[in-house]
Design a protein around this ligand. Structure first.
Ligand SMILES: [Zn+2]
Length: 136
């Protein structure tokens, strides 16, 4: 087992490995796989294999700088989407106790206790004061 591990480590030496973009590509591959089970379209097949080949290519690539650059570009798009998803999940989780409002000046999301009525709120980031109405 150790011998296999050493061989694998030697093989992967100087190669890129995996990153967030590769994980996203694998998720995309499995989604396409599921879609393909129901639709059986040739275009989905081609897309699926392209994604898979690209993922394998990226994993074993020796051009680490270029793969990191691709990952950075991907993260520039993915991180805002991810934080919106996490915020929405948190809003749902805390719907009984808190309300979330965006500061009109710096766009920071404020987590406010659920108290109905109109309140004057101070943003902790930019110190801007603004009115918030919590209806329910
Ligand atoms: Zn603010």
């Amino acid at each position: 087992m150790d011998d296999f591990r050493n061989k694998l480590a030697r093989f992967m030496y100087g190669r890129y490995g995996t990153d967030q973009l590769n994980t996203a590509l694998l998720v995309m591959y499995f989604l396409l796989l599921i879609i393909n089970v129901f639709t059986r379209l040739i275009i989905i097949d081609i897309l699926m294999w392209s994604v898979f080949i690209w993922t394998v290519f990226r994993t074993f690539s020796r051009n680490i700088y270029k793969r990191q650059k691709e990952n950075r570009i991907f993260l520039n798009y993915w991180n805002p989407v991810k934080s919106e998803i996490l915020l929405s999940a948190r809003r749902l989780r805390e719907i009984q106790t808190h309300r979330f409002r965006r500061c009109p000046q710096c766009k920071t999301v404020l987590r406010l206790p659920r108290r109905t009525g109109k309140h004057l709120v101070r943003c902790p980031r930019c110190q801007n004061r603004f009115h918030v109405r919590i209806i329910i």
